[in-house]
Structure formats: structure tokens, C-alpha cells
Design a protein around this ligand. Structure first.
Ligand SMILES: [Cu+2]
Length: 166
């Protein structure tokens, strides 16, 4: 019986990993969406998966907390200095593929913030796709986050894509 008990304990210990491995449901889903906000502007970071059978492009975004939300990336200027700029043509998200919006890379820039949401608060960022559909992502304000750090406990971004094409 001791062997059996050990086995049961081992199964329990591995359960969270098994759950993680299965987390690729149908449709669009987002992992670990967070924002850094300050001085009237902010940036949103997340990982997005396209598990639909359709090639999509993220063409834009909007949110109730900012006048403007733009897809940005960092590009090297002629002087060799990295600058932020709008991504021309949007972000391609082919079927079965994923795209990472991360620090120092692509991000969703928020400009013209009204009231600045508090640390730990959540707001909705709506992503716009080329097929006319939209996808709402709950984003948590996390100014304390260090670059490259990931919140493995956050599974809040899993939902079905809703929009014109459904
Ligand atoms: Cu930016």
C-alpha cells in the first residue's frame, strides 16, 4: 500500500504541469497579460496564440482607459538608438502560431490615459483583427514586474474569440 500512496502523491504533484501542457484550447487565447503604466501612457505585454484554422492579423487595439492604443515595436534609428514606432500593417498571427508582446519588443502602447489604474487593477484591452472580429483581453497593472519574469499562475486570458466572424 505504501507504493500506491507514493504513486498517488506523485500524480498530485504533477497535476499542475499536466494542466499547463493541456492549455491550448481552440480559438484565440492569451497568456500573462500585464501593463506597465505611468505618466499618462503605458505599455501592454502578453503572449497570444491563434489556435483557429484561420490566418489572422492583429490590426489595432482599443481600451476604455486610454484615448489611443497602438501596436508598437522598437526599431533601430539611423543613429543606432532604439526608438518606438507604430507597426505598419499590423501583427501577423498565422493559424497555429503565436506572437509575443514583450519588453524591448512589440507591445501595445497606451496614450492619453484618463485616470491611471492602480497597481493590481485589471482593465480590458480589445484587440482588433483583420476579419473584423475583436478579442477582449483582461490586463493586470503590474509595474513591479521585472523584464522576462512570468506569472505562471495567470490563466485568466483564456476565452473564446467573439466577434463578427463567429
Ligand atoms: Cu510604444
Amino acid at each position: 500500500m505504501i507504493f500506491r500512496r507514493v504513486l498517488a502523491a506523485a500524480t498530485l504533484a504533477f497535476l499542475p504541469f499536466a494542466t499547463l501542457a493541456q492549455e491550448h484550447p481552440e480559438g484565440i487565447h492569451v497568456h500573462d497579460a500585464y501593463a506597465r503604466i505611468g505618466n499618462g501612457s503605458g505599455a501592454v505585454f502578453f503572449m497570444i496564440h491563434n489556435n483557429t484554422d484561420k490566418d489572422l492579423t492583429i490590426t489595432g487595439a482599443h481600451t476604455g482607459i486610454a484615448k489611443l492604443a497602438e501596436l508598437h515595436t522598437h526599431v533601430e534609428g539611423e543613429d543606432g538608438v532604439m526608438k518606438m514606432g507604430k507597426i505598419d500593417g499590423g501583427v501577423a498571427l498565422p493559424s497555429g502560431d503565436m506572437h509575443e508582446f514583450n519588453r524591448g519588443g512589440d507591445h501595445v502602447m497606451l496614450m492619453g490615459l484618463g485616470s491611471v489604474p492602480a497597481e493590481g487593477a485589471t482593465f480590458d484591452l480589445v484587440l482588433e483583427f483583420d476579419d473584423g472580429s475583436e478579442f477582449s483581453v483582461p490586463v493586470v497593472v503590474d509595474n513591479a514586474r521585472k523584464p522576462g519574469e512570468m506569472n505562471m499562475m495567470d490563466h485568466s486570458g483564456h476565452m473564446t474569440k467573439q466577434g463578427a466572424s463567429d
